[in-house]
Design a binder for this molecule. Structure first.
Ligand code: LMR
Length: 393
């Protein structure tokens, strides 16, 4: 039986991780996978996470099963953080999931159950795993134009022109903030225009919110999602705690589904059903860490200030890189790096230039020229800037 299996295409981002590890050069620089690194190259355990784990270790008396949809305290705390004043409990159903990818996967499956013929519209480009999972599930998806390769900003006119073709019941996948892979984001007035288009067409938004707190701040990064949640009759939100709590390997995420109050219980039951079919109970340790932090004033404020330090550090690196490139090139053509938000920016280099960065300079980025700003530090920024110009970008 198993000899009938065919080789699977490697995930390009994860493949890069392996290539980087195998590279013997001491001065290699990893700007591939989306993981935050501090100035020493370490992905630290956040202070509040350590403290929460310590408390859990002391107080936890059982490892018996949690709720099928996750612990209600976690679901309440995390949806409260995402939706803030836009939270409407009578419309909200939610499940804890294994990370943000788990939330995306459950969202797609929910869409497939509710509307098997729906087309899922994804930005061009988007996180490659969005389209990989959609294809694997046999779902129909279509790209909408999003990124302007010239300005390295959002081509909002093209995006709206393409989305004018959505039908009632189609799903539009939006990145809540810190667009992956481009770093180019919608402004709040643009979010409002998208919400109006969705209202007009009857299409349903699915917001992927994997980087809340990494762009303009915890509240600002949720503003588009909140606007969508308060204006649209139905919305799906897939969120990750991997980055903002730094608990990547704990696999902590949530899928929230907003529907009419009369529909809420059925939606909730379907979310729990999907958990049961796919893995029964969601992972608990990370969810419990997040709950402990969000429900304790001291831990919450310490976590928020560490998250702010991380965010501001990334912004400073963006500014430094844009300045270095301006000084070295004598042009402002890299100014977009300081405008982008989150971990990623798309440089707009050719695959050959990306390959030369790797081969000649030991600098690893994804083939579409997405670079992880959080993989840099003050000392490596000038090295990157010189290499970018050396390969002719
Ligand atoms: C990324 O895009 O690098 C991250 O979201 C990590 C992943 O799973 O691909």
């Amino acid at each position: 039986m198993l000899n009938a299996l065919k080789p699977q295409p490697a995930d390009k981002i994860l493949q890069l991780m392996g290539q980087f590890r195998a590279d013997p050069r001491a001065d290699k620089i990893d700007l591939g996978v989306g993981v935050y690194k501090d100035a020493t190259g370490l992905t630290p355990v956040m202070r509040a996470v350590k403290a929460a784990e310590h408390r859990l270790w002391e107080s936890q008396t059982t490892k018996t099963y949690t709720g099928l949809a996750g612990e209600p305290e976690f679901n309440a705390a995390i949806t409260g953080m995402i939706l803030g004043p836009a939270l409407a409990a009578d419309r909200l159903a939610s499940v804890a999931t294994p990370g943000g990818t788990g939330a995306i996967r459950q969202a797609f499956e929910l869409i497939r159950m509710a509307a098997p013929g729906a087309t899922v519209w994804v930005s061009d480009p988007t996180w490659p795993n969005h389209t990989a999972i959609l294809t694997y599930l046999g779902m129909t998806w279509r790209p909408y134009r999003y990124f302007d390769g010239e300005t390295r900003g959002v081509d909002f006119g093209a995006m709206m022109a393409d989305l004018a073709g959505v039908k009632a019941g189609d799903v539009v996948l939006l990145h809540g903030c810190c667009h992956n892979p481009t770093g180019a984001n919608l402004t709040l007035p643009e979010w409002a225009e998208v919400a109006a288009l969705l209202e007009r067409t009857g299409a349903v938004p699915l917001v992927d919110l994997a980087y809340q707190g990494f762009g303009d701040g915890l509240e600002a990064d949720a503003a588009g999602t909140r606007l969508i949640a308060s204006r649209l009759p139905e919305a799906l939100i897939a969120a990750s705690c991997s980055k903002n709590f730094g608990i990547y390997r704990e696999r902590t995420g949530v899928l929230a589904a907003l529907s009419a109050p009369a529909q809420r219980n059925v939606t909730q039951a379907n979310l729990a059903f999907l958990n049961r079919q796919n893995y029964s109970f969601p992972p608990d340790h990370g969810a419990r860490i997040v709950t402990t932090i969000l429900t304790d004033e001291g831990l919450r404020s310490d976590w928020r200030s560490e998250l702010e330090e991380i965010r501001k550090g990334m912004l400073a690196l963006r500014g430094q890189l844009a300045r270095e490139l301006r000084d070295l090139s004598g042009s402002d053509r890299f100014g977009f790096l300081a405008q982008h938000r989150g971990m990623f920016s798309r440089l707009g280099a050719t695959p050959e230039q990306v390959e030369r960065l790797r081969a000649e300079h030991g600098i690893y980025m994804v083939g579409d020229s997405r670079l992880n700003i959080a993989g840099l530090n003050r000392a490596t920024v000038p090295v990157l800037a010189r290499a970018i110009l050396a390969v002719g970008i």
